[in-house]
Design a protein around this ligand. Sequence first.
Ligand code: DC
Length: 232
Amino acid sequence: MSSSTPAPLAGLVVAVDGTSGSGKSSTSRGVAERLGLRYLDTGAMFRAMTWWMLQHGVDVHDPAAVAARVAEPDLVSGTDPLAPAITVDGTDVAVAIRGDDVNAAVSPVSAVPEVRARLLEMQRAVIARESATGIVVEGRDIGSVVVPDAPVKVYLSADPAARAARRSAEQGGGDVDATRESLLARDRIDSGRATAPLTMADGAVHIDTTGHTLAEVIALVVSLVEDAGART
Ligand code: DC
């Protein structure tokens, strides 16, 4: 399926895009939990694909080598916001995909068009399956490419210092400066790639989360979803 012909998606889809460490995951899970919706973490899918490439000795900086193996891994994404699960070839990789090796390799792998095409098809299949219940989908290109007709689109950002502080706290108090550099390096690649770069989608509401608590951001997005429901 090409990115220009999205599958028809009935029901509620909340598209949450933004930079690394902007609060996308916590916000998306919190909104899904509050509203009884399903949840899809598309970043975890790119991470799982990257983990598989590393496991199989593929040179992640060689796009042709990555493209040649892209059909092989069997990825399965869960949609429970309380327990997001992801397996590759039957192995639970939820923890392994957060390691430094995957952090360093995920942006170049995500820039390979064949990777994006395969995961796009999988993402749309999950969304189509869950959209009768409603689903919150987080990533970089959800409102712009994956579900351009999503009734609610949010773009989250935050100051690099705030993002690095949050990420290193999540990781148990790592080196904040190194975390900040790693986040900024990923932003540069994710925003600069040719296929589906990180961008604020048409119609997205921009929320700068820097000065806000997680509870405030969740409440704001919940109110956007409720307003959208009231309009339909
Ligand atoms: O959200 P995250 O940090 O787990 O995402 C990891 C990487 O995956 C991110 O650096 C870019 C890529 N990604 C993407 O290209 N498109 C998406 N929809 C989601 C993630």
